[in-house]
Design a binder for this molecule. Structure first.
Ligand code: ADP
Ligand code: MG
Length: 923
């Protein structure tokens, strides 16, 4: 639909003309025609222009501060006469840049494919029946249904619409929702036609049906997307910190390099060019090459592991925020509970029935004192069943293949359908006899839903269901034994008592009411006049349906995990106080002493008081979704990092505001999914906790990685220090090329393996890390430099002197050239590599014994170790490389010595971990 003219035609033409043009009807297409059109027009998907941005992203990897430093270093090396060193540094830079780019690309692909795992569904008429279809299969001419919270999947002409509001800001940038209706009005501005809706927009309120007039790239949104490039991703706080860190370290490296340069001239009287090379070695040794790509890699790994645990993260940066989470604000229904509603009791003013059977199949009956009851037996029961099935958008179908019940709609309403069937009520016949004329859809603010039906030629009936506290005030009358009479205080008392009685058991009750009104001659005018204000009043109370929604079994453990990890959970639910509290206590979330604040109380509560209250044990019940926003932002003002769940349209602001907005993948609306940072594919609270665990793991893996790469810096620097301070008496034990070998060669792969390490036990037994905590902290630096670093330095310089000793030192002077010198430096290099082998293993855990953790469980680390040994052997034994890297073949003795190195280093570290563990247990 590229032209405005064509669009105008679709808006102005009669519906019948539109149907004719698209060869469709009010009952939609046949499956066969739809498949043909899908073949012809292609998927209903939108591909964004990529443009030259990929090239730019690629080139950006070669102009970072670190990359520039390496370019300059290489140039200086070449100018100073060491061509091979210069080329080596440049080569490293190129490899590093390509590797970074490849990692970015992989990470992008990973997050993109996650989104593809989460299809958007649409209710489409095919072969005359409503079916749930993946929106990408929609074709022109398809007739589909829409309701609040849906993303509009295609450009379409409305056929029917009830109080429909559409948010078109994605197209127009205009944040005020537009009213849409089935008849045509030309509004002001673009996309203002009242009866056209557009792909990329969302339904904020109301319901409707529409016929697709354009799909995929032919939609207005597709046209725009084809022109604009995907927005550049913002750097996450972690990436920013790493950028800063890299810069800082680079500056320190240059400082150290300068000091070594001066010292080389001063102490050993090196010529300037040679001193330069010498300094370069130090600079390159200290610059943390490979840091950024590794971070991206570990984040991407984290994202993939989270996906396996049912949490889809949209941006890599959410992974780190998850690790910091201190408070989770969680819904109850479906997240903490199973959302498997079954009506257990029907409470009528004069009679209480129990209901047998479980789930969405008619496998039980309504009973009175153990005897089955049919709906005809009790006029009040019959009316309650009629109202609760008419006021119902759900169908339960048996899947012909699996024989499993398939839900179209919400569990609460499905439970009511099943209840009616258990009493022998013919839902389909009744619905056909009493057609629905209008509806006032459910929203979680008023917590009610109303439908208006043609009862007979002379009467309309208004059917209402909703939460008791919101419905009871609207009922001046009560029905008992087929008769409506004014409600007394005693009636009210009895109803509330019953409600409390059930709520205290964690059951959820839904009140049902109705009103009959005489039909007027002008039906349309009458219906237009029946709004929320006028229809939902003067009602007659019928009774309560009481349903059970058992807690999810895995939630109890997840709640315990949060408590261990010092993460607080605050339940924020639309359900009643007592039900909420009962469930909260059942799953171990709260104690009996929890303070329960209702939405009304919250609205009246000043900010200061809310702040104080939020510091203690608290639970929110009967709140409107909008109030979640206030809870989240107040928690944030207290310095908390907040994860908040949501599913409805009105949850969107809170989801956006939260540090981690969590949307429900199964029951959530498209709007909520859009606003969220993370989507749960199983709606399960336990999955949030799993994601937090992964987030923490990623962070601790990065620290392991840093610890490992900083380890080797000390043994790389000490030989040069030795050389300088002996005024050249000790020939340089490690040459510049050898330093680069460790730093950019052998260290790389094991380090990457550490970035993908699995969670260490106990990671969920620590409090969340402070917002101010730095990745590179004092503790880590000390451990790397003063502990591992010095240990490795002692071993490697030991190896150097050992080789010389074998050659006759100290009777003869230390060799400064020739084969003896090459062998000695080769041993220093090899010893550092073997120390790093031990370090790679040691860094895998912080306190857990590797014997318990699984010595061989990280295949990547071992593959990396294998690689570094092979690389070392190549450098030592390939003749053309020997002069470049100043290496010489090693003897069997040397290899035995080298192979022995990792053992004591590993055992010493195991002993240290044991001591730490013992100390934390006893303290
Ligand atoms: P929660 O916060 O636990 O997810 P909801 O927001 O789903 O709770 O529901 C809040 C209240 O709205 C429920 O306690 C119930 O009384 C009422 N309600 C829920 N679904 C419907 C419906 N389909 N029709 C009428 N009322 C409903
Ligand atoms: Mg809800």
């Amino acid at each position: 639909m590229a032209t405005t003219k064509k669009r105008q035609w679709y808006a102005e033409a009669d519906l019948s003309e539109v149907e004719q043009e698209l060869a469709t009807s009010a009952t939609g297409l046949t499956q066969k025609v739809a498949e043909e059109r899908l073949q012809r027009d292609g998927d209903n998907t939108i591909n964004r222009a990529q443009g030259q941005s990929q090239l730019k992203v690629f080139l950006m990897n070669f102009v970072s501060l670190m990359a520039i430093l390496l370019w300059v270093s290489g140039l200086i090396a070449i100018l100073s006469g060491t061509l091979e060193l210069g080329i080596a540094i440049w080569l490293v830079n190129v490899i590093n840049g390509c590797f970074s780019f490849w990692q970015q690309h992989q990470a992008q692909k990973a997050t993109d494919s996650l989104m593809a795992m989460l299809p958007t569904y649409t209710q489409v008429y095919r072969d005359g029946k409503v079916q749930k279809l993946d929106a990408k299969d929609l074709v022109v001419g398809d007739v589909f249904q829409l309701q609040a919270g849906d993303a509009v999947p295609v450009d379409a002409r409305l056929m029917t619409a009830t109080s429909m509001q559409v948010d078109q800001s994605a197209l127009t940038g205009e944040p005020v929702p537009e009213s849409k209706r089935a008849d045509y009005r030309q509004g002001d501005g673009e996309f203002a036609e009242s009866n056209l809706i557009y792909a990329g927009t969302t339904v904020g309120a109301g319901t409707g049906t529409a016929v697709a007039i354009a799909t995929g790239m032919h939609t207005e949104f597709g046209q725009i997307a084809a022109l604009t490039q995907q927005q550049g991703k913002q750097n996450s706080p972690l990436q920013l910190e790493l950028n800063r860190l890299t810069k800082q370290i680079s500056v320190i490296a240059i400082g150290i390099g300068l000091a070594f340069f001066v010292a080389a001239i001063w102490f050993v009287h090196y010529p300037v060019a040679k001193s330069f090379i010498f300094a370069l070695g130090m600079i390159v040794a200290f610059i943390p090459e490979g840091l950024l790509p590794t971070v991206t890699l570990s984040l991407a790994h984290g994202v993939q592991r989270m996906a396996k645990r049912h949490a889809l993260v949209k941006e890599l940066s959410s992974v780190e925020t998850l690790g910091e989470t201190t408070v989770i604000c969680s819904d109850k229904t479906g997240t903490l509970t199973q959302n498997q509603m079954t009506v257990n009791h029907v409470w009528l003013p004069h009679q209480t029935y129990t209901v047998s059977g479980q789930g969405y199949v008619n496998n039980g009956e309504i009973q009175l004192n153990g005897a089955p009851v049919a709906y005809q037996d009790d006029a009040d029961l019959a009316r309650l069943l009629r109202v609760s099935t008419l006021n119902n958008d759900t169908r339960v179908q048996l899947d012909p293949k699996t024989q499993q019940p398939k839900l179209l709609g919400t569990p609460t309403e499905a439970a009511l359908m099943i209840l009616a069937e258990k009493a022998g009520f013919d839902v389909d016949a009744e619905t056909a006899k009493t057609p629905r004329l209008k509806e006032l859809p459910f929203d979680s603010d008023r917590k009610r839903m109303t439908t208006i039906h043609q009862h007979d030629a002379r009467t309309l009936s208004i059917c209402v269901k909703g939460s008791l506290s919101d419905l009871l005030p609207l009922c001046p009358t009560i029905q008992i034994a087929g008769q409506a009479r004014p409600m007394t205080d005693k009636d009210r008392q009895a109803i509330n008592d019953a409600n409390q009685h059930y709520a205290a058991q964690g059951l959820r009750s839904l009140a049902v009411a109705y009103r009959a009104v005489p039909a007027e001659a002008d039906q349309q005018a009458q219906l237009d006049g029946l709004t929320i204000e006028t229809a939902e009043q003067q009602l007659t109370f019928l009774g309560l349906t009481v349903m059970a929604d058992p807690p999810r079994p895995e939630v109890i453990e997840a709640v315990q995990k949060c408590h261990d990890a010092s993460i607080r959970i605050i339940m924020v639910t639309g359900d009643s106080s007592l039900t909420a509290k009962s469930i909260a206590v059942k799953i171990g979330l709260n104690t009996d002493k929890v303070r329960v604040v209702t939405g009304t109380e919250l609205a009246a509560m000043p900010d200061d008081e809310l702040k104080t209250a939020l510091k203690g044990e608290i639970l929110f019940a009967r709140v409107a979704p909008e109030q979640k926003y206030r809870i989240v932002s107040t928690l944030q003002s207290l310095g908390e990092i907040v994860a908040s769940t949501g599913d409805g349209v009105n949850d969107a602001p809170a989801l956006k505001k939260a540090d981690i907005g969590v949307a429900m993948g199964v029951t959530g609306t498209d709007v909520a999914k859009d606003a969220a940072d993370m989507i749960l594919t199983d709606d399960n609270f336990a999955s949030i906790v799993a994601a937090i665990e992964e987030g923490r793991t990623v962070y601790s893996n990065l620290q392991k990685f840093l610890l490992y790469i900083f380890n080797s810096n000390v043994p790389e620097a000490i030989p040069s220090v030795l050389f300088l301070f002996s005024r050249g008496l000790v020939p340089l034990p490690l040459t510049v090329m050898q330093i680069l070998t460790v730093d950019l060669g052998t260290d790389m792969l094991p380090a990457l393996g550490l970035g993908a390490e699995r969670a260490e036990p106990g990671i969920m037994q620590q409090p969340p890390r402070a917002k101010t905590a730095h990745l590179l902290n004092k503790h880590l630096v000390w451990k790397a430099f003063a502990w591992y670093g010095l240990l490795a330095s002692a071993v490697s310089t030991g190896a150097y002197f050992f080789t010389n000793w074998q050659a006759g030192w100290p009777r003869q002077a230390l060799a400064g050239s020739g084969i003896g010198y090459a062998r000695a430096t080769t041993m220093t290099l090899a010893a550092i590599v073997f120390c790093q082998i031990a370090a790679a293993i040691n860094c895998r855990t912080t306190v857990t014994s590797l014997f318990k953790f699984g010595l061989f469980s990280n295949k990547r680390v071992w593959a990396g170790i294998g690689f570094e040994i092979v690389l070392l052997a190549v450098l030592v034994y390939v003749p053309v490389l020997q002069p470049i890297f100043n290496t010489a073949p090693l003897m069997l003795n040397d290899w035995l010595f080298l192979c022995a190195i990792p053992i004591p280093i590993f055992l010493i570290e195991e002993a240290r971990k044991w001591l730490v563990r013992r100390k934390t247990i006893t303290s």
